[in-house]
Structure formats: structure tokens, C-alpha cells
Design a protein around this ligand. Sequence first.
Ligand code: PGA
Length: 252
Amino acid sequence: MRKKLVAGNWKMNKNVVETRELLSALASGLDSVGGAERALCPPFTSLFVAAEALTGTGIGLGAQNMHWEEKGAFTGEISPSMVKEFCAYVILGHSERRMYFGETDETVNKKLLAAQKADLTPVVCVGETLAQYEAGETRQVVVEQIRAGLQGVAPEFAPRIVVAYEPIWAIGTGKASSAENAQAVHGEMIRPTLSELFGEEAAQAIRILYGGSVNAANAADFFAQPDIDGALVGGASLKADEFIAIAKAAAE
Ligand code: PGA
């Protein structure tokens, strides 16, 4: 049985003061939902205070991105070991990084191999645009992102990988995918590709999250699907009550 993971992607929201406020609103409600793994991914500038605040809770911390190199002349970047000082998770290849900051399957792959080396649990994002969805190209796009982004991983590390299927047309739009569509992508496209790459046993262990307008009202529908192993939550993760409700739905 794959333990469900609910991860909050705060994106570029919350300064340090606001981070403390949101964490204190989340803490007790989220801490008690042990049936699901929970992680929060605030901006880099909040990781230090968030790590302090979450010590001793069952809630994990993640970064939203990192560079693949360990150190050096990379102005504005954060290295895997810097992330590892505070975090157990790192989001890689989010569609906003691909769209606005030039990330490609190749850079995602470099970062994934760096996460493996740094002993971080990577949450690798894939997903098609609206035009690709409407043209019926979802399978082609997602399979290629997985094959190219996840190549070269050690067999022991493969089961640690978390994949997040986030159709771009569903992110921040309030128009979530149907649970049936997400299940079809997870179960018929992503998991078979993982099996091709890493073998059936590892593919069965890898968590595949759905992301894109997940909220307290629709979360349970997603979690009822056999190949939906949790959620990557953007907007709703900034509202304590919503996010706690989503985590509860995952724990049931
Ligand atoms: P959303 O974002 O929940 O606001 O749609 C999800 C994400 O981008 O990870």
C-alpha cells in the first residue's frame, strides 16, 4: 500500500511573518492527520523558520526548486545540500518553472540526479498544456517528460521518487481535471512508463500525485482512485482549513 502524500506548494507567497502565522494555523490540525504523509513547500526565505516551527511535528518540509550543482558561481541559485539542511522534499520541474524559467526535461533530470545524491525526496512534475490536451497529445507529452526527466536513476532510489501529474490547464484555474481523467493518466500512461523504466515493483511503490485546483470539496474524489496517491496543492494550501481538510481526506 502506498501511503498518500499531500504536499502544499506555496509558490511565491508568504514572508517570514506570514509563514509563522500560517504554520501556527496549520500545526495542530495537520499534525494529527498521521494517516497521510504531509509536506509544506514555502519559499526559500521561509525554510529556516518553517524548519524550526515544524520540528517535532510529523509534518515534512520541502523546497520548490534547487540547482543541480553543489556550489559555485551560480548567482541566485540554491544547492541540494542547502535544501537538505532544512528539507526532506524538493519539487522539481513545476510547469511554472518550465514556462517562465526555461526548465527542460534535461535540467529536471540533472536536478533529479542531484536530489538522489543529496538524499532528498523529489516531487517531479509533469503535465500537458491545454492545446496539447485538446489535441489528444497528453500521453505523448507525459510519457516523454517521464522518460527524459527520470532517466539514469539508481534502482534503489526509484521507489523514493514522487511524480506529480499537473495538467497545466488545471493549475490555478479552478477547473480541476475530473478524477477519472487523472486516474487514466496515472494508471494507463504514467505508471506503465515507470514500470518500463524501473520495473513493475518499483513502479508500484512510486507515488503519483495529482495537482491542479485540488480543494477540500474535490480531494476525496481524487483519493478514491486507485492510482492517485495524494495531491500537490497550490492555492488551497494557503488556507489552513482547506489544506487540513485535504490532508484528512487523504488519511481516510
Ligand atoms: P493549484 O496549483 O492547486 O493552485 O491549482 C497546483 C500547483 O501548481 O502545484
